[in-house]
Write a protein that binds this ligand. Structure first.
Ligand code: ADP
Length: 258
């Protein structure tokens, strides 16, 4: 820790200067510990798939398997861990550009419901495989918004993917309506929910409510951090509410196009 705290000698300008220095020291220390925590997380997330890949490659190399089925199983693990690593690296790359303010968007005037339909099509399989219903309730004649179609779709795919991932049975309901020059979307599931004390952290990178479960289900812990950046970059807002055992609700709002 950077130890530059100073005593505050008086209540005048010198005192204010001392206070400013102390605030700065707190800020610098927070930044430093965030940064080292971030690197520790990245190393951990990269080490895990590599450990699997290395282990199973050795098993295959030394012919330590009995059946052809077993051999294919190990190859499948190596393949999926490689995919996870590529995904993680792509996410990290995007996130670092976003945090530096260097992430480019291609804004156009579009209808959010069209983007949602296209996202539905892409996540359909996941829902069908788990037997979860995907219902949509779109208001008619919802105004257009200014957004980057691909990035908006990425947001929806991510939120819908999470909704499917953290739901065992029931349905995911998607609602779209407009009000006060805003176009609103709600994505609500009947899943495991998020404890109250965790809610304010879900948009932090690498924050997971239950680490092992999220990993088993294929998560990296970066999805919602990226979603939050993408929403902000498109002048929108996002909020979350949840009840453990009942479900989770994400609400997004975007200003309607002029
Ligand atoms: P992950 O890749 O782990 O899913 P995210 O950034 O997408 O990471 O989400 C962060 C954490 O928030 C998840 O690990 C999970 O614990 C929780 N979470 C996100 N969406 C939901 C949801 N719809 N229902 C319950 N928990 C959720």
């Amino acid at each position: 820790n950077l130890d530059i705290r100073v005593d505050i000698p008086s209540n005048d300008e010198i005192g204010s200067l001392g206070k400013a220095i102390n605030d700065l020291a707190i800020e610098i220390n927070r930044y430093r510990s965030n940064r080292s925590e971030f690197f520790a997380n990245v190393s951990h997330e990269l080490r895990t798939p590599i450990t699997y890949m290395k282990g199973y490659a050795q098993v295959l190399k030394q012919n330590l398997y009995q059946t052809e089925e077993e051999r294919l199983h190990y190859l499948t693990i190596i393949e999926s861990e490689t995919e996870r690593m590529v995904g993680l690296i792509n996410d990290l790359f995007d996130l670092s550009k976003m945090e530096e303010g260097k992430f480019d968007l291609h804004m156009t005037t579009l209808h959010l419901t069209d983007v949602l339909e296209s996202a539905f099509f892409k996540v359909k399989m996941e829902f069908e495989q788990k037997g979860i219903l995907l219902n949509s309730y779109f208001e008619e004649n919802v105004p257009a918004i200014e957004a980057d179609g691909d990035r908006l779709e990425q947001i929806f795919i991510n939120l819908l993917g999470n909704a499917a991932r953290y739901t065992e049975r029931g349905a995911v309901n998607v609602q779209v309506w407009h009000e006060d020059n805003q176009v609103n979307v709600v994505i609500e599931d009947t899943g495991i929910g998020i404890p109250e004390e965790e809610l304010s952290f879900v948009f932090d990178r690498f924050h997971r409510v239950e680490k092992s479960r999220s990993r088993e289900l294929g998560g990296t812990g970066l999805g919602l951090a990226i979603v939050k950046h993408l929403v902000d970059l498109q002048n929108g807002s996002i909020s979350v509410s949840s009840q453990v055992g009942k479900g989770t609700r994400f609400q997004l709002s975007f200003p309607q196009a002029e």
